[in-house]
Design a protein around this ligand. Structure first.
Ligand code: NAD
Length: 245
């Protein structure tokens, strides 16, 4: 049997990158996966995989999150992956940029946890896994002002939830990746004046000399979601190719 056999898992931003790799890894480990995103083409592709139910969900829409949570009932695993990179320093960051970073990267997690936690508690427990980043309270990374602030908040949110529910069977952890190959990273690289140099710079800041793969992050998410991690809560797990050395 898979490491997540018999578990129901709910994933946000599962359309591509780390979210997609994790939703598919959860399903491969035997979980019944509800994979959500706002990209309909990506959802149609996800729906073709065994063990995956694809549903449209905008994590910025509180009413939609609450409605889907009511419809689904209890889940064992909540994987919060939605996030967006604002590129720039404080001087480049408008109030709208700041608000988007915090709404999509942090408040989305407040929404899903608030909606799904009551049923999780009623059934006796579960595992919440949030995607933070090395660009957070762990490390200051140039031109990641709003992003780094929002991902630091994800670490704080994670520890708060872990503290409040540690006695009631709910574990809450976050994952702090270094730079990972994904469609949005490709877009960010393509947006530079010199994309070849930009890619080299992203790779150069990884001491291992390569970018991470979404499947490598998914492996850590499977661990945290599974009963193998029964003694693990409130942690910010680093998986970064040596970025933090
Ligand atoms: P990505 O950025 O390529 O894909 C993001 C997905 O989020 C897309 O499928 C998109 O449709 C979806 N999305 C956007 N807005 C949404 C909304 N309002 N509601 C629901 N879904 C929405 O994927 P990625 O680069 O693997 O990033 C995934 C997560 O990992 C993010 O939180 C990101 O900050 C974090 N992260 C990424 C890296 C990296 O280098 N790629 C490093 C550290 C952390």
């Amino acid at each position: 049997p898979g490491r997540l056999a018999g578990k129901r898992a709910f994933c946000t931003a599962a359309g591509q990158g780390i979210g997609r790799a994790t939703a598919l890894a959860f399903a491969a480990e035997g979980a019944e996966v509800v994979a959500t995103d706002i990209n309909d083409a990506a959802l149609a592709e996800l729906a073709r995989h065994d063990g995956v139910t694809a549903r449209r969900l905008d994590v910025r829409d509180s009413a939609a999150v609450e409605a889907l949570a009511r419809e689904l009932g209890p889940v064992d695993v909540l994987f919060n992956c939605a996030g967006f990179v604002h590129h720039g320093s404080v001087l480049d960051c408008s109030e709208a940029d700041w608000d988007l970073a915090f709404d999509l990267n942090v408040k989305s997690m407040y929404r899903t946890i608030k909606a799904l936690l009551p049923a999780m508690l009623e059934q006796g427990g579960g595992s919440i896994v949030n995607i933070a980043s090395m660009a957070s309270s762990i490390k200051g990374i140039p031109l990641r002002f709003a992003y780094g602030a929002s991902k630091a908040a994800v670490i704080g949110l994670t520890r708060s939830v872990a503290a409040d529910f540690v006695g009631r069977g709910v574990r809450c952890n976050c994952i702090c990746p270094g730079t990972v190959e994904s469609p949005s990273l490709e877009q960010r690289i393509a947006a530079f004046d010199d994309p070849v140099a930009a890619r080299k710079a992203f790779i150069a800041r990884q001491p291992m000399g390569r970018l991470g793969r979404p499947e490598e992050i998914a492996e850590m998410a499977v661990y945290l979601a599974s009963d193998a991690a029964a003694f693990v809560t409130g942690t910010a797990m680093v998986i970064d190719g040596g970025l933090g050395i």
